[in-house]
Design a protein around this ligand. Sequence first.
Ligand code: BGC
Length: 447
Amino acid sequence: MSDSAAKERDRFLAGLAGLFSVSVSDLRGIIVGFHEDMAHGLAGERSSLQMIPSFVGRPTGREKGRFLALDLGGTNCRVLEVELDGRGGASIAAASRFVIPQDCMHDEGERLFDFLAGCIDSFIREHARRERRRERVLAFTFSFPVEQHSVSSGTLIGWTKAFTASGVEGEDVAALLSGAMKRRGLGSVRIAALTNDTVGTLVAGCYADRSCDMGVILGTGTNACYFENTARIGKFPGPFRSVEMIVNMEWGNFDRLKANRYDAMLDAASPNPGRQQLEKMVSGMYLGEIARLIIREMMERRLLFEEGYHPTFSAPYAFTTEHLSLLAGGCDEVFADLGLANLPDEDQAAMLEIGRLVALRSACVAGAAIAAVITWMEPGLEADHAVAIDGALFEKYPGYRHNMQAVMIELLGDRAGRIALVPARDGSGIGAAVVAAVAAKTSRRIA
Ligand code: BGC
């Protein structure tokens, strides 16, 4: 690369750093924006935060039993058998993972639900053959925005992430699954809980540790929930048996962030333009794609890859957050896997810098969003708060958690030490089972 081209590349990267930087005043603005939108959402007013009442209160830790759990949220679905020991302990007795075929994600919804019923059927056949006839209680974790009507029913507000299946938005997803299970001869399986993955993660965190009051997902998608005083949920007509209820914030839709031209390009080409602004800047489904858009532009401007055009960077979503994460962890084989063996050092450094900027902005926004929710719950920050967090971004991306914590210290000073970020792997299935245990008991009492 000539000297002048190298200078132009440096200028480009410096400009990029500006486009992706989040200043302290931006971070404080996120907190203010969150508090405003949380208040509007809870009151039932127009807001980018839907603040959905979950009909789920605080578990006691004494919930007990064996439950089936179905978890749908990304490109895989999982069926689990969860055992709760009634003393805050939970174990997964059996688990199967199924890859969701593309047509089920994008064609008629009935296909998706028939596929899910098939997964439950093969799980029962494999793991619980002898008990096939008895009534089974199922906890359904459905990781999309759902307006809950009760703890076990609710309508899909709109698909997020890569899903677009038709005929599901506006419908009760628990009823769609029940119908598919009946068609499959699984009429004896009863859905006792329909929960968002954040709610399951928080309930599982709280089942084991009562100081846990917030659940967060930082994976393919992103979202959070927390315990709210039921009296503060103005739009919830009640009654509710408990003074606290978990509110599913759907924070992925928060829309008061400073977007740049790559964010705009990504949004315009997405299946849900104009929605999920925060999710598109933060979550694992999108970070690789933002990086790809930058790399493509640099490639077109001859600022990267002197030998020519690399097809990986022309195909949407072909470059992933996992690639970025591996590169950040020093795994150089990724270059060869991408068809970029023998890439000059400066090109490698430029790609690493792009990944660093994109992931750093994500961690800054996520850290500020957590600070916003905790200070909403307790402005003085005098108590300890544990935040149960699941998702590969938090768990695996090198430096991500450290950057989130650094932002929280920047915003809250020493009081940030009150907030523990606790990894909560696979919590959502366990938490959904706890919710099912409470619901199954309550419905027996009512009957
Ligand atoms: C969905 C949320 C979900 C999150 C994490 C988002 O796209 O809207 O409901 O909790 O992904 O899976």
